[in-house]
Design a protein around this ligand. Sequence first.
Ligand code: HEM
Length: 278
Amino acid sequence: MDNYKEFLLILSSAGIVGFIAIVFVIRWVLYYQGGLAWDGKLAEFNWHPLLNICGFIFLQGLAIIVYRLPWSWKYSKLTMKFLHATLNLLAFISAVVATVAVFDFHNDAGIPNMYSLHSWLGLTAVLLYALQLVLGVGVYLMPFTPVSWRAAFMPIHTYGGLLLFGSVLATALMGITEKLIFSLSTDPKYKDLPPQAIFVNTLGVLLVIFGALIFWIATRQSWKRPTEQFLHTLHSERGSEVESKVGPALSQLSDGAEGEEALGEVRRRINKIDDQVN
Ligand code: HEM
C-alpha cells in the first residue's frame, strides 16, 4: 500500500475521534438528558441521537472504508462484500429504531411530526439509504446480476454512498443544534453557553472531523483494495483483454520516479477493471 504510515495515521485518528464521539453522545443522554427508557417520554427520545450517532453514522463510516483495510485483503472480495453489507444493514436498523423512537415520543407528547428541515432531510436519508442497501445487495451480491450492470452501477453506488454519508452527518448536526435550542430554552439558555452547550457543540465538531477523515480515506485511489486476481487474470482467458488495458503502462515499468508513476497507472487501470467485474 502507498503511504502506509499516512493511512495508519488517518485511520487511527478516525477510530479515536469516532470513539470519543460515541462516548460524548452516551454521556450527553445519560448525564445531561435523563437517561434511556422506552416509555414515550424524553428518555425514549434519547435513543434517537444515541442510535443515529453510534449506528447510523459510526457503522456507516466503518462500512465505507472496510475494503481499504490492508489486513482484510487476504479475505476474498465476496467475504468483504458481506461484511460491507452487514455493517450497512446494522447502520440502517439503528436508523430505523432511532426514527421509531422519535415518532413515538412525538405522538405520546402530542408534538407534530415532520415539520422541521431536519426531519425532512432525515427521513429522506433513511429512505434513500434503504434503497441504496437493496440495490447494493441486488447488484453486487446476487450471482445472476450481469457483470455489465455491476460495472454501470458502480459510479452511482459509490457516489450515492458518499452523498448519503454526508447528508446524514449534516442532518445530525441540525438535530444536535435543534435539541440544544429546545432543551436549553430557559435558564441556562443556549446563548449563555452553559457546560452542556460546550460539550454538545464539541460532539458536533467531532462528527465533522470523523466525516472528513472517512471521506479522505474513501477518496484515495491508491488506498483501494488491489485486485486479488491481477496476476492470475493476466494469464487467464480474460488475459488479453486486461493486457490490452494495462499493457502499455506495464511496458513502461522501470526503476525510479518514472517506474513509480507507471506502477500507479497500472494500479489505477487494474482497480477500474476490478470494479467493473466485481
Ligand atoms: C443522524 C441521522 C438522523 C436522522 C436520519 C434523523 C431523523 C429524524 C426524523 C425523521 C425526525 C422526525 C420525527 C418526527 O417528526 O416525529 C427527527 C426528529 C428529531 N431529531 Fe433527528 N435524526 C438524526 C439525528 C439526530 C441527532 C443526532 C439529534 C440530536 C439530538 C436529533 C434530534 C432530533 C430532534 C430534536 C427531533 C425532533 C424535532 C424535529 O422533528 O425536528 N436527530 N429526526
